[in-house]
Design a protein around this ligand. Structure first.
Ligand code: HEC
Ligand code: HEC
Ligand code: HEC
Ligand code: HEC
Ligand code: HEC
Length: 189
């Protein structure tokens, strides 16, 4: 290689190549960010169940169906039996309700698709948040307005810890709320 060509390669070609690589990496990083954090996850459910209709328009309390939120780690998904409290009568003529009734009579569990999930090595507990009056919407968004549940906030370590560090100031409407823990073994036990 002659000197002129080498100079050109080092001073022009190389910086341009590095620049292009950095830009491409940053774009992929940000574009795929929501996907990695789970935001926007909206799986198709086996029954077209609408939170907007049940929790929004009909104002059925979240805890009528998610009975675990004040008791333990999991919010729990209601069994078909809970649905049948109403749907052995309500809208029996509709195809989705006939599908529901068939599943109920078969005795099998309905295979709802999971929307939110933290990694296996993370300890999360609903009751320690919900019983301190932290509303579902801070973590799940306005579910009562959703036809189909979709994840709107990420559950990365940063998002948990950010809220923990500022909770005593961020929610003046919740009297006596303390900071959440930020020592490692609170969430990794
Ligand atoms: C009539 C029963 C019922 C009521 C009332 C109800 N839900 Fe649900 N919820 C379900 C069922 C069934 C599923 C599973 C199917 C789905 O994801 O749409 C579910 C799923 C969810 C999920 C997603 C779970 C996952 O897989 O990550 C969240 C979050 C949720 N509900 C929050 C709420 C909130 C908040 C309220 C009150 C505003 C509420 N629900 C009221 C029945 C109910
Ligand atoms: C407290 C009573 C009640 C409970 C509990 C309930 N529903 Fe409903 N649901 C209704 C009523 C009433 C309607 C009709 C509302 C309307 O059309 O205005 C309805 C409508 C529906 C529809 C739409 C039917 C159609 O095509 O018009 C589906 C699907 C449905 N419910 C599924 C479920 C599932 C699944 C569960 C259990 C997770 C459930 N519901 C629990 C009262 C209930
Ligand atoms: C501080 C944040 C936070 C609050 C507040 C919260 N959730 Fe959750 N929710 C989560 C996380 C994180 C998961 C995933 C848990 C996992 O993977 O074990 C989850 C999962 C769920 C699930 C899936 C099933 C399960 O048992 O894990 C349902 C249903 C649910 N939440 C409903 C609710 C309802 C209803 C409320 C309000 C009464 C609520 N959540 C309040 C963070 C929260
Ligand atoms: C909206 C704010 C908020 C978010 C988001 C949040 N937390 Fe918390 N968390 C709190 C507050 C506030 C407390 C302390 C409540 C108290 O004791 O007064 C707490 C307490 C806890 C505790 C201690 C409970 C106990 O029984 O000792 C654990 C563990 C925890 N959070 C895990 C998590 C994890 C994991 C996530 C993310 C997936 C998360 N939290 C997201 C606000 C939040
Ligand atoms: C408030 C809860 C919380 C606290 C406190 C916490 N973590 Fe995490 N950590 C998480 C969550 C949630 C994830 C999962 C992140 C994901 O799935 O993207 C995680 C993931 C991790 C991972 C996997 C790699 C990664 O970054 O995703 C490591 C390693 C880790 N934490 C170490 C620690 C250490 C060390 C501490 C103490 C300095 C700590 N964590 C404190 C919630 C917490």
């Amino acid at each position: 290689m002659n000197k002129k060509l080498l100079d050109y390669t080092l001073k022009i070609r190389l910086p341009i190549t590095v620049f292009v690589i950095i830009i491409a990496m940053s774009i992929t990083y940000y574009v795929s960010r929501n996907e990695r954090d789970g935001i926007g996850n909206t799986p198709t459910q086996p029954i077209l169940f609408s939170h907007k209709l049940h929790a929004g328009d009909m104002k059925i309390d979240c805890q009528y169906c998610h009975t675990g939120v004040t008791k333990g780690r999991h919010a729990l998904i209601p069994s078909v039996g809970t649905c049948m409290n109403c749907h052995s009568v309500a809208r029996k003529d509709k195809p989705e309700i006939q599908k529901l009734t068939k599943i109920f009579l078969s005795g099998e569990a309905l295979q709802w698709q999971r929307v939110h999930r933290t990694a296996d090595y993370v300890y999360f507990n609903h009751s320690s948040h919900v019983s301190k009056n932290i509303d579902c919407k801070y973590c799940h968004g306005d579910v009562a307005a959703m036809e189909k549940i979709s994840q709107v906030h990420s559950f990365t370590m940063g998002s948990c810890v950010d809220c923990h560090r500022t909770a005593h100031k961020s929610f003046p409407e919740i009297a006596g709320l303390k900071k959440g823990p930020d020592h490692c073994w609170a969430c990794h036990r």
